[in-house]
Design a protein around this ligand. Structure first.
Ligand code: NAD
Length: 358
């Protein structure tokens, strides 16, 4: 029996998570998925409820779960809340407490949505890339850091880029395992022509490669990788990179697909426990209107079935269902590019459930 915690959060979070619940409940009832679902508060709603964006009870449930699916947190209502109690702090603490060091950001462009991309349709139709980003080390966490005042009142900002072998080894292991489940091509992105950290990165990735001879490994400098992502993105299968490079490259890859309402993500720890969430935020401008696209959240649940619950057939079933509703021409407002009619959040969730039953 898999234990899954749903954290709807704020804004459109509860609307999209309601559709995830619908889809998972269908798989439980009709296809024998053994799943126990719990739900808890996180973010602004948790702060309003008890003064803490990550209540102890939520953290306890998250620790006990095999996976967590989160909607989104935040919104303008919480802009004046003290920094440490802001909704986003709850999410950051949750990621840290669960030790989630591997961030998975797929960029998939369904052939029928190729017009959504800013690139030519033939360059992106059928795109399916997975970016594996190291999430807890590198420049964003390295010490020393800070702004100091030097002699002559000149200020100097300092951040430190540092990785040790164990940090590189575990993210490389995760990336090779993901590549094994996909098309077995891994491209490790670094800046080894300039940075010693990248030299070590390359060395460790090559060493880990020896355990995965069936995966073909290549290395690419980050500046070239940025260029190749917009020149010929379909050359990539899995891209492995460190925290800051991954931050930038995953946003470039996301934009290749053109729609924020379609993008899932996952963050995993060494025990395959994961936090699954759409890339989008709480979208306060459309919250409560039944117009948000629930597909990013539904595709996040599919990732959960594949990467934390070892249920690849169930994951494939959901992804197939989403492909089918898109091919049928069903669109929420954010992915309508012509005069075509659009449907609401609930209707889209119902359509996916219908596609699962066929
Ligand atoms: P956003 O992703 O919430 O919204 C950006 C734009 O995309 C908006 O116009 C919104 O309407 C649209 N959009 C987003 N998701 C959509 C969906 N599923 N369907 C249709 N349209 C969608 O980003 P933002 O406006 O910069 O941030 C709003 C709030 O969300 C802020 O409080 C921010 O801090 C928070 N946020 C939370 C997360 C998270 O929970 N992981 C991530 C990003 C932003």
């Amino acid at each position: 029996m898999h234990k899954v915690l749903l954290l709807p959060g704020d804004g459109i979070g509860p609307e999209v998570i309601a559709e995830v619940r619908k889809v998972l409940a269908f798989l439980v009832d009709e296809h024998g998925l053994a799943l126990e679902l719990e739900e808890a508060l996180v973010g602004g709603c948790a702060y309003e409820d008890g003064g803490d964006p990550l209540p102890a009870q939520t953290l306890e449930l998250a620790r006990a779960a095999d996976a967590v699916v989160l909607g989104a947190v935040g919104g303008p209502r919480f802009d004046d809340v003290e920094r440490e109690l802001r909704p986003e702090k709850g999410l950051l603490r949750l990621r840290a407490e669960l030790g989630l060091f591997a961030n998975l950001r797929p960029a998939i462009l369904f052939a029928d949505l190729a017009d959504a991309s800013s690139l030519k349709p033939e360059l992106v139709a059928g795109l399916d890339i997975m970016i594996v980003r190291e999430l807890t080390g590198g420049l964003y966490f390295g010490e020393p850091r800070g702004i100091r005042t030097l002699e002559g009142e000149v200020r100097r900002g300092v951040n430190t880029l540092a990785y040790d072998e164990t940090e590189i080894e575990r993210i490389a292991q995760a990336a090779f395992q993901i590549a094994q489940r996909r098309n077995r091509r891994l491209c490790s992105v670094d800046k080894a022509n300039v940075l010693e950290v990248s030299e070590l990165w390359r060395d460790v990735v090559n060493r880990v490669h020896q355990q995965y001879p069936e995966v073909s490994l290549s290395h690419m400098y980050v500046d070239n990788a940025a260029m190749q992502l917009v020149r010929d993105p379909k050359q990539f299968d899995v891209v492995l990179t460190e925290n800051m490079f991954g931050d930038i490259l995953s946003d470039i890859a996301a934009m290749l697909t053109g729609s924020i309402g379609m993008l899932p993500s996952a963050s995993l720890n060494g025990a395959d426990q994961g936090l699954y969430e759409p890339v989008h935020g709480s979208a306060p401008d459309i919250a409560g209107k039944d117009v948000a696209n629930p597909l990013a959240a539904i595709l996040s649940a599919a990732m959960m079935l594949r990467y934390s619950l070892d249920e690849p057939a169930m994951a494939e079933r959901i992804e197939q269902g989403v492909r089918r509703v898109i091919a049928e021409g069903l669109r929420t407002q954010d992915i309508v590019y012509s005069a075509r009619q659009h449907i609401g959040t609930r209707e889209m969730g119902d359509a996916v459930v219908r596609a699962l039953s066929d």
